[in-house]
Design a protein around this ligand. Structure first.
Ligand code: AMP
Ligand code: MN
Ligand code: MN
Ligand code: MN
Length: 294
């Protein structure tokens, strides 16, 4: 098999956010599945990447440092909701990037008691210690609460827990802290990284021209790539974003958004079955990060 046909996965969650596998378990799984390069893109955290850099990777698996930042759309766009900005290749010790990630983590921690209070108002007696034991002392996010709701029979599966209680517009929904998009991009860039718009197909835009306006605005802030290959993108969307990346001169990236047991429909490297992100995209990113070494 030529190296261009080998696959990579640049969108993965570990136990440093809302994934169920540890960074080491993910690296071993990548080795077993023949995935040649990975990036742990935990929500607002680089701890998983740090751990892997400290413990080292199995031979045959390469790593780009990663993060997925929950960002607020630019003010000029009147859209609501979040944009997820992926960062790749940052210095994991960068102080300014750490400050915004730490404030995001603090906001996450203070959000959980509010969600639990809402559930209690709904007659669901859930205590902090219940969800803490599910998250096993790690940062608690909504999927952990969803797991508890499923375990206690309040929902049949995680999707239903979101649909009934935790999702936007539902009784226990509490808004999330978001970093302004320009700030997220600037901190990633200043930490030496590449800033990429995650899963553009999930970003609501008023019409197909809306993507051009959004991307041009984000590019003016320093955005350098878009996640073209993603399990929830249809073939049509994938082709649309490929053309858009070529036209605008953006790097193309891709990944499964693996969460382990916290989203059992998605498998590492292959997503829901058809995902194939070629190794050459990883090489393009490494060349962009180290232009002189290319
Ligand atoms: P939080 O970061 O606490 O707001 O939780 C958001 C996370 O919940 C996302 O990153 C997804 O991993 C997960 N999620 C969002 N919607 C759903 C859903 N409908 N079903 C299962 N998981 C979801
Ligand atoms: Mn998640
Ligand atoms: Mn995302
Ligand atoms: Mn993700």
């Amino acid at each position: 098999m030529g190296c261009n046909t080998q696959r990579i996965d640049l969108h993965i969650h570990s136990t440093a956010s809302d994934g169920s596998l540890t960074p080491q378990e993910i690296a071993e799984l990548a080795l077993r599945e023949g995935i040649r390069a990975i990036a742990l893109t935990d929500h607002d955290s680089m701890e998983g990447t740090k751990q892997l850099l400290e413990t080292g990777l199995p031979e045959g698996v390469e790593l780009l440092s990663g993060v997925e930042v929950s960002a607020a759309p630019p003010p000029a766009g009147t859209r609501k909701g979040s944009l997820h900005i992926l960062g790749y290749g940052m210095d994991v010790a960068d102080a300014a990037l750490h400050r915004i990630l730490e404030s995001q983590q603090a906001a996450r921690t203070s959000r959980i008691p509010k969600i639990l209070a809402r559930l209690n108002e709904e007659g669901i007696a859930v205590a902090a210690s219940d969800v803490e034991s599910i998250a096993r002392n790690r940062v608690i996010s909504r999927p952990h609460i969803a797991q508890w709701l499923v375990a206690r029979g309040f929902a049949e599966d995680l999707d239903q827990a979101f649909d009934r209680y935790l999702g936007k517009g539902c009784p226990a929904y509490v808004g999330k802290s978001r970093v302004p998009a320009d700030e997220a991009i600037a901190r990633i860039r200043e930490a030496g990284g590449i800033a990429v718009l995650a899963h553009p197909g999930l970003v609501p835009v008023p019409d197909s021209g809306g993507y051009d306006r959004l991307l041009i605005e984000l590019m003016s802030m320093g955005l350098q790539g878009i996640e073209v290959y993603y399990p929830e993108h249809s073939e049509k969307e994938q082709a649309f974003f490929e053309r858009m990346a070529e036209r605008l001169g953006l790097l193309m990236t891709g990944g499964s958004d693996f969460h382990g047991d916290l989203n059992s429909k998605v498998r590492l490297g292959v997503g829901t079955g058809n995902l194939h992100v070629p190794y050459r995209l990883y090489k393009n990113m490494v060349d962009k990060l180290n232009p002189t070494a290319a």
